[in-house]
Ligand binder design. Structure first.
Ligand code: FES
Length: 166
């Protein structure tokens, strides 16, 4: 039986470009960067669903794909808000309190994971591992990885962004 590849997340034609890139490289893991370039080239940024789709199609762990996407500065992850706060909820970060960070941010700003503040000032995102486990808990502020973050640090940073630091 031929290998069953997953269906694209939508019928957007741009997935065909992504599929073509994966096919061209025989779905081989060494082509991951090329494939992510193809996604970004087609969509302008790397959405979580795109990373999941690539991971599933190429049979790679999502953490690996996410790690590559966040490691290279030439990749952009989708931020709907003006700023993006990505809290790593991978095992190492979770054990060190990533859950508390998310809870504190959600409580303070009314923005849950995957959501954007009503005024569009920032998006709260989660990652499975941003490749900085030794700095856990890690939070990525507009692409900058910061280690040893606590709820207060994250709230302060967001207040800096929103100008709401009274
Ligand atoms: S689990 Fe958070 S950086 Fe790896």
């Amino acid at each position: 039986m031929p290998l069953q590849r997953p269906e694209p997340p939508s019928d957007d034609k741009r997935w065909k470009l992504v599929n073509a890139a994966m096919r061209r490289h025989g779905y081989h893991r060494s082509a991951l960067i090329e494939v992510l370039h193809a996604v970004q080239g087609a969509f302008g940024y790397l959405e979580e669903e795109a990373l999941e789709y690539v991971a599933d199609s190429m049979m790679l762990p999502q953490s690996l794909v996410y790690g590559v996407a966040t490691f290279y500065h030439f990749f952009t992850l989708k931020p709907k808000g003006e700023h993006a706060c990505v809290v790593c909820t991978g095992t190492a970060c979770y054990i060190k309190g990533a859950g508390d960070i998310i809870e504190a941010v959600s409580e303070k700003f009314g923005v849950g994971p995957g959501e954007t503040a009503q005024d569009g000032s920032f998006s709260l995102l989660t990652a499975r591992c941003v490749g900085a486990c030794s700095l856990a808990p890690a939070v990525v502020y507009d692409g900058e990885v910061a280690g040893y973050q606590g709820p207060e640090d994250v709230i302060n940073k967001i207040e800096e962004w929103t100008g709401n630091d009274a």
